[in-house]
Design a protein around this ligand. Structure first.
Ligand SMILES: Cc1cc2nc3c(=O)[nH]c(=O)nc-3n(C[C@H](O)[C@H](O)[C@H](O)COP(=O)(O)OP(=O)(O)OC[C@H]3O[C@@H](n4cnc5c(N)ncnc54)[C@H](O)[C@@H]3O)c2cc1C
Length: 284
């Protein structure tokens, strides 16, 4: 079974996510960001993985650096566009480096890519990981309180989430959301289906109004009207956007903690300031 030094324990999880830097300058900046966030004593840091394996080496290199800095690290792994063989190689590489925690995803093919690869859904990837590596990895999967944009229906999406859990996922991290009711409704619906794995809330600090709107349109996360209108009213005043965003997201997190969320996972966008301020305000 996974060791306690590499896998989340049962206390509330506070974790943070980065994407692999593409330049030496980006790598240096990310080291500084991690040094700041490491002071908050996160349960782990995770590192994203480009669909089709585009960031494979960057993901591994960043994960190994994080581990050398003394923080448990979890690489993401996505299956779309990948072959059985290439994913077997990635798993072997992670395993030989002593990595025991993965975030397993389908991923999204870059536009223009035609080859979907050997796996269609994350549930097939989870099944493959379990078949190839048994209990070696603690596996997190994605969950969507506001439902995945490609889901045929909310019930279908829930059934597909259940498929991932049945295939062997240990826990889940949600897409970000600003409406706590959506999260709790999703958790209740999972409980009703007998899904008992911890569902950690994904948290997106608000860095810029236009960036958030663009990203949310793509991933199907809803920005409530009152938040959107308020953000629009600040125009180019980025200080006000951040101040308002900090209040909104800190309140969201405080409410989730009060109501018993098993953990919070921060999408940092490789920037420390907002995540760290929210973390401090929450007194974590
Ligand atoms: C915490 C988190 C981390 C992420 N990290 C990354 C990353 O590192 N790299 C990256 O590229 N992307 C990442 N993503 C984005 C993710 O890859 C996309 O949201 C992607 O569109 C779906 O991935 P999934 O693993 O949820 O897919 P799936 O669980 O496979 O679901 C995708 C869609 O297919 C449907 N579906 C599933 N199974 C079936 C079935 N058997 N039959 C019919 N329909 C089905 C689902 O309902 C859903 O609509 C992340 C998302 C989250 C929430």
């Amino acid at each position: 079974m996974p060791t306690s030094s590499t896998v989340p324990d049962n206390r509330k999880l506070y974790s943070a996510e980065f994407y692999p830097p593409r330049t030496p300058e980006g790598a240096a900046k990310l080291r500084a960001v991690r040094a700041q966030l490491a002071q908050l004593k996160p349960a782990f840091f995770s590192v994203t993985f480009g669909a089709g394996g585009s960031t494979r080496e960057g993901t591994l290199a960043t994960v190994l650096e994080i581990r050398d800095e003394g923080i448990p690290a979890a690489p993401h792994i996505s299956c779309v566009g990948g072959s059985r063989e290439s994913l077997r190689d990635v798993l072997a590489q992670y395993r030989s480096n002593g990595i025991r925690h993965l975030v397993a995803l389908r991923g999204d093919l870059p536009s223009g890519s035609a080859d979907a690869g050997d796996f269609r859904y994350a549930s097939e990837l989870v099944e493959f990981i379990r078949k190839e590596t048994g209990d070696w990895f603690h596996i997190d999967v994605a969950a969507y309180p506001e439902y995945h944009p490609q889901a045929r229906s909310s019930e279908d999406d829930l059934a597909n989430f259940e498929r991932k859990v049945k295939a062997g996922a240990d826990s889940a991290i949600t897409q970000y959301f600003f409406n706590a009711d959506a999260y709790w409704h999703f958790v209740d619906a999972c409980t009703a289906r007998g899904i008992t794995v911890p569902i950690v809330a994904g948290i997106m600090p608000i860095l810029s109004a236009s960036g958030l709107a663009r990203f949310s349109d793509n991933c199907g996360a809803e920005i409530p009207r009152w938040i959107r209108r308020k953000l629009e009213s600040f125009g180019d005043d980025s200080a006000s956007v951040r101040a308002f965003g900090l209040d909104v997201v800190t309140d969201l997190c405080a409410g989730l903690i009060e109501d018993g969320v098993p953990g919070l996972h921060f999408y940092t966008l490789n920037s420390a300031a907002l995540t760290s301020t929210i973390w401090h305000r929450l007194g974590l």
